[in-house]
Design a protein around this ligand. Structure first.
Ligand code: SF4
Ligand code: SF4
Length: 96
C-alpha cells in the first residue's frame, strides 16, 4: 500500500510516499534524515490489518515538508537524498 504524506500549495506538490509493502520498519530512514521527518510506528496507522512496524512521516512534519527537505534539495538525482539512499527496500519516494 502506498501511504502519502504531505500537501500541495500554490508552488507545487510536496508529498513523501512510503510503500508499506516494501517497508520492513528497519528505521534506517529515521537515522539518515537530518530533519527527523520519519518515525517508525509499531503498527501501521493507515492499515489496521498490519501489525508489523512501519515507517511514517511524523505528524509535526507533514505540513512542512517543502521546508524540512529544502537542505537536501534541489537535487537533480533523487537517489542521492539521504532518506532514499538509506532505504535498501526502495520504499521511499518524493513527489518533487
Ligand atoms: S529505511 Fe525504508 S524499509 Fe527501513 S523503515 Fe525506512 S522506509 Fe521502511
Ligand atoms: S529529503 Fe532530507 S530532510 Fe527530506 S525526508 Fe529525505 S533525508 Fe529527510
Amino acid at each position: 500500500m502506498l501511504a502519502n504524506y504531505g500537501y500541495k500549495d500554490g508552488s507545487g506538490d510536496y508529498f513523501i510516499t512510503i510503500d508499506t509493502d516494501k517497508c520492513d520498519g528497519c528505521g534506517e530512514c529515521v537515522t539518515a534524515c537530518p530533519a527527523q521527518v520519519f518515525a517508525v510506528a509499531d503498527e501501521d496507522p493507515n492499515d489496521p490489518m498490519r501489525e508489523d512496524p512501519v515507517a511514517v512521516v511524523a505528524d509535526e512534519k507533514k505540513k512542512k515538508l517543502k521546508y524540512e527537505c529544502n537542505p537536501c534539495k534541489p537535487s537533480s538525482n533523487r537517489a542521492v537524498l539521504p532518506c532514499v539512499k538509506a532505504c535498501e527496500s526502495a520504499a521511499i519516494s518524493h513527489s518533487w
